[in-house]
Design a protein around this ligand. Structure first.
Ligand code: FNR
Length: 191
């Protein structure tokens, strides 16, 4: 049994009844038992303004968020798609975590991406725009399997569980592969 690992979950929707948040919670329930998934909230982060960092006046919400990300072994991004990209709230959180320059909280953290949509395409555009940012942030990202969750409304039951057996098996497999990536990434000694 691998060591316990804490995975910070960044949910790219602030909506109370968010499908993406509900799916993220369902993933926590089917993840390998040594992974603990904890949502790191992004809704109260002020919009990123570089002046605040340059003047050493970062808001407490930014510094708390950066510390919360640093404390995690890995990060799982669960995102809806807005206009074929990631929602602004998620991009803002990514930007906040990435600064001050040279002190990115994301650097080297293994990452997984699950994109979620009520539509057919499973938020492919958001998934890949996010991947582009994570390359720059030097996060080893799970390549396969890719998780594009379409038609999400029909996948989630009232109790928050994943009602489709095929989807549940696929997503459990995704979390198992993500756990393997986390172990592989954390074994590489930091230089
Ligand atoms: C959307 N939605 C959407 N869906 C999609 O599959 N591709 C898209 O490009 C967009 N664009 C988009 C833009 C904006 C501004 C909104 C508000 C919505 C629909 C979106 O998938 C739907 O609202 C989901 O329910 C959002 O995810 P949560 O909040 O349920 O997690």
């Amino acid at each position: 049994m691998p060591s316990p690992r804490t995975v910070g979950v960044i949910v790219g929707s602030l909506r109370k009844a968010s499908y993406t948040r509900r799916l993220a919670l369902a993933l926590a329930a089917i993840a390998p038992p040594h992974l603990t998934l904890e949502i790191v909230e992004i809704g109260a982060l002020p919009l990123y303004d570089q002046d605040a960092d340059d003047q050493g006046a970062a808001p407490a919400a930014w510094t708390d968020f950066r510390e919360a990300v640093r404390a995690k072994d890995a990060i799982l991004f669960a995102t809806p798609e807005y206009n074929r990209s990631v929602p602004g709230v998620l991009k803002n959180a990514i930007d906040v975590g990435s600064r001050p320059y040279g002190k990115s909280a994301w650097s080297g953290k293994p990452a997984g991406i699950v994109s979620v949509s009520p539509g057919a395409m499973g938020a492919f555009g958001a998934n890949h725009h996010l991947r582009q940012s994570l390359v720059f942030l030097d996060m080893p990202v799970l390549q396969q399997p890719e998780a594009y969750v379409g038609h999400v409304a029909s996948l989630l039951g009232d109790d928050g569980s994943i009602v489709s057996e095929d989807s549940r098996r696929f997503l459990a497999g995704f979390m198992a592969r993500f756990a393997e990536l986390i172990e592989a990434a954390l074994r590489v000694p930091a230089d």
